[in-house]
Design a protein around this ligand. Structure first.
Ligand code: FAD
Ligand code: UDP
Length: 372
């Protein structure tokens, strides 16, 4: 056999595994059906701006191993995610913190903010049964109505009373003036773009792009001892047990002939009427500068629309409900019988992994597989 490993997919999972295998002295071939490497973290330079083609990606982690790992391949900038909420032209800081409470109620001290929230949460007695009740019990009705209800209903395509409470629990609520969206020790954007970072991981490794594994499966399988498959698990089995569902997002991208559209990387539109959920202005991930440190005269924005997924669409977020979870477990049983194949990553394991988690999972698997 020509290769020890054939890796299907050049996203983060495939790239990390490939890098580790090569380091362990293995012969590796990476294929991807897209015309580019890096999977969903792919960035492309347009007008001097690193454009996040498959959605904005902000690296954030508490996992020191994952942080030490990625920083071998790129230097990270000091970007901190601080989205702004736009409710019918009124602007609020996110996540919910003293700036938000001051704008909403005119309160000045944490004690006043706390009293206001206490007063408003009284309407919820007992354990919150759905997202609406959970949100009101966390931050009160005013914030729920202006900053949560419309955004959540657009994002999930259903009423807040019909959504589980846990979705909103991960948003921080702070009685301090801290606009940092993530509670993470390490955060940033790779300088030079994610694509360059992944290219560095894949250095010295043979990569074939525009190659769909299923177009030539038998031929490709014959090239390698083992396969690492990071595509959708149901596609591997030809959807024989049914189709796993995803939540989808549609991006409408525009290059504008102006230097500054909204003054921030992310603005959430939290009213129900605006059809998009948020607008990303890519240049602000890198402080508006190009790679030579010069101001960029143009800007690129992406409006994000939450949309129902249908087979054939780009699979974005796995749906972690009972029905899909069960179906995944059935596919997993089939996967366990494929002794030559490792199923990994967001699609291969049907799991909503953040980037740091996908890196940690690939490293873990590589250690187990390559015995180091
Ligand atoms: P992917 O990047 O999807 O890679 C899989 C690769 O396999 C793709 O390149 C695909 O073309 C290829 N492939 C599939 N089938 C075949 C086939 N048959 N033949 C050949 N190739 C095939 N994480 C964060 O930490 N922070 C964020 O801010 C963040 N934002 C996100 C925003 C969006 C809109 C989305 C969808 C995800 C976001 N994530 C974020 C998660 C992050 O994208 C994932 O953790 C990561 O990209 C998963 O890597 P992966 O290698 O598992 O999958
Ligand atoms: N959310 C909200 N208003 C906002 C931002 C978030 O109501 O301006 C809610 C929404 O229900 C969302 C949840 O908080 O699903 C989690 O937000 P996060 O940004 O983590 O969601 P993601 O886009 O990663 O799913």
């Amino acid at each position: 056999m020509k290769y020890d490993y054939l890796i299907v997919g050049s996203g983060l999972y495939g790239a990390v595994f490939a890098h580790e295998a090569k380091k362990a002295g293995k012969n590796v071939l990476v294929i991807d059906k897209r015309p580019n490497i890096a999977g969903n973290v792919y960035t492309e330079e347009i007008e001097g701006i690193n454009f996040h083609k498959y959605g904005a990606h902000i690296f954030h982690t508490n996992n020191k191993e994952a942080w030490n790992y990625v920083t071998q391949f790129a230097e990270f900038n000091r970007f901190t995610n601080s989205p702004v909420a736009n409710y019918k032209g009124e602007l609020y800081s996110l996540p919910f913190n003293m700036y938000t409470f001051n704008k909403m109620w005119g309160v000045v001290t944490p004690e006043e903010a706390s009293a206001k929230i206490e007063e408003q949460r009284k309407e919820i007695t007992g354990e919150p049964k759905n997202l609406e009740e959970q949100a009101i019990s966390l931050v009160g009705r005013d914030i729920y109505e202006k900053l949560i209800k419309g955004y959540t209903e657009k994002q999930w395509g259903r009423d807040c009373k019909d959504l589980p409470a846990f979705i909103i629990k991960r948003l921080p609520v702070r009685l301090t003036f801290d606009n940092n969206y993530f509670n993470a020790l390490y955060q940033g954007i790779p300088i030079g773009g994610y694509t360059q970072m992944v290219a560095n991981m894949l250095e010295g490794i043979e990569v074939r792009l525009g190659v769909d594994y299923f177009d030539n499966k038998a031929e490709l399988d014959a090239l390698a001892e083992k396969i690492v498959y990071t595509g959708p698990i149901d596609a591997y089995f030809n959807f024989s047990l049914g189709t796993l569902e995803y939540r989808s997002v549609r991006f409408e991208n525009e290059i504008l002939d102006q230097p500054n559209f909204q003054g921030n990387a992310a603005v959430n539109y939290t009213d129900r009427e605006t059809p998009w959920t948020r607008i990303i202005e890519h240049k602000w991930f890198e402080f508006g500068k190009d790679k030579n440190g010069n101001d960029i005269p143009k800007t690129i924005i992406s409006r994000e629309y939450s949309s129902e997924w249908k087979p054939g669409d780009e699979p974005y977020y796995p749906v972690n409900d009972e029905k899909n979870g069960q179906l995944y477990l059935e596919y997993k049983k089939l996967a366990e019988q494929e002794k030559k194949v490792i199923f990994g990553g967001r699609l291969g394991e049907y799991k909503y992994y953040d980037m740091d988690a996908v890196i940690a999972a690939a490293l873990e698997k590589a250690k187990e597989e390559l015995n180091y």
